[in-house]
Design a protein around this ligand. Structure first.
Ligand SMILES: *Cc1c(COP(=O)(O)O)cnc(C)c1O
Length: 399
């Protein structure tokens, strides 16, 4: 049966308007560079592709082969590392967090470390100072994974522009989207040239993929509204949950064979138009988050991931840490299927994805974080009444 009831998306994505599709002259590369206060930006077909191009560019500068990533991150990241012929090294997170545990980071870094990838999740910022100090000590690059942090500020500076290279996702659910897209910035001019050369070498033109993404983007424009999301997203989500396919439900079912192709002019233009509205959208969602964060803080026993002093993140959703896995799952059994924008981020810590098959030491903090977190959408389409419903369920669950 079709469900025509309204439903907020799991994250606050920027909606498109039909004006975005009109031909125009602005350049996404230039406008995004301006937005990021950077000299240039490079557009790729996904955040994963952006990371892959960045890694391939770094690979030619060195004989080192290890890339250090947090053990709780998007499973596409180790796949991108492997596809470059590099070695993903998992580092445990600090307790109750997604960011690197400093002691664990020191232990896993060494002579073979080509790059360390501090990762900002859900608009919250990783500790770049710590990662940079450790990277410098072993002579490794810092590659910021800012896939979920376009527009977030770490100590006043834009996430992604602080490390040697920064990668962003313009995928669905990551704020600004061109359906499948990614971006790269780099501080050093030689590095930028190297990134351009690498892309020319390894990224082919594939009209079929570009046509498919353009159609998907049109579909997104048509359905990314409260009434469309039940249809486009909710029905398939509930089907997957019913079948117990959690990994598929959150889109963690990654393939090593992810597409790699150049992004077409039209789609970039759509992104450039939409980008003009991004600052206002970030301000709007930040304002809403401020109020709702205070509401969530009243629920004793849960904690909402927040910014450290001096940081100002973006707020696509709230990343909520529950007191135990049981309580988390109890809440999800009531809310995940309820069409209220409650769900989960990555299902597992990386060692626990069977399809990744990463033989690594245990990463207990990352596993615990994966087991106890849930997400609450910060879409403007989640109204106050529904948000309060969520708070009530949380209160009852922890009581
Ligand atoms: C989504 C995501 C990626 C990959 O971006 P895509 O555009 O989906 O390929 C990489 N890292 C993190 C942390 C992400 O959330």
């Amino acid at each position: 049966m079709l469900n025509w009831s309204t439903e907020p998306p799991p994250t606050a994505g920027l909606p498109l308007t039909w004006h975005d599709f009109l031909p125009q002259s602005s350049s996404l590369e230039q406008d995004l560079a301006k937005f990021l206060c950077s000299a240039e930006s490079q557009i790729e077909c996904s955040g994963t592709a952006a990371i892959m191009v960045a890694l391939a560019a770094l690979k030619v500068t060195s004989l080192r082969r290890s890339i250090v990533i947090p053990a709780y991150t998007c499973p596409f990241v180790p796949l991108a590392i492997l596809r470059c012929g590099l070695i993903p090294i998992l580092c445990d997170t600090r307790s109750n967090h997604f960011d690197f545990c400093p002691d664990a980071l020191v232990k896993v870094c060494g002579e073979d470390t080509l790059a360390i990838m501090p990762t900002h999740l859900g608009g919250r910022l990783a500790d770049l100072k710590m990662a940079t100090i450790i990277a410098k000590k072993v002579g490794a690059y810092v590659l910021e994974d800012a896939a979920q942090a376009l527009g977030a500020r770490y100590q006043g500076q834009l996430a992604g522009t602080i490390g040697d290279i920064g990668c962003y996702s313009l995928g669905v659910g990551k704020g600004l989207t061109i359906y499948g897209g990614g971006a790269i910035v780099a501080r050093d001019a030689n590095m930028r040239q190297q990134l351009q050369n690498t892309a020319k070498e390894i990224v082919p033109i594939q009209f079929k993929w570009e046509a498919r993404r353009l159609l998907e983007l049109i579909g997104y424009f048509a359905l990314y509204r409260p009434i469309g999301l039940g249809l486009a997203f909710g029905i398939s989500l509930r089907r997957k949950l019913k079948q117990g396919k959690l990994i598929e439900a959150v889109g963690d079912d990654c393939s090593a064979n992810f597409p790699l192709h150049r992004v077409g002019h039209w789609r970039k233009g759509i992104g450039a138009r939409a980008l003009k509205r991004l600052p206002d959208f970030i301000a709007l969602t930040r304002g809403q988050a401020k109020k709702r964060k205070d509401q969530l803080a009243k629920v004793i026993g849960i904690s909402v991931m927040d910014d450290a002093a001096g940081d100002e993140g973006t707020w696509p959703y709230f990343l909520v840490l529950m007191p135990s896995e049981q309580v988390r799952d109890k809440v999800l059994s009531e809310l995940w299927c309820a069409g209220l924008g409650v769900g989960r981020l990555f299902i597992h810590a990386l060692p626990d994805y069977a399809f990744l098959d990463l033989a690594q030491p245990d990463t207990p903090n990352a596993r615990d974080f994966a087991a106890r977190t849930l997400t609450i959408s910060n879409s403007p389409w989640l109204d106050n009444q529904d948000f309060m419903k969520i708070c009530t369920v949380l209160e009852h669950a922890v009581a």
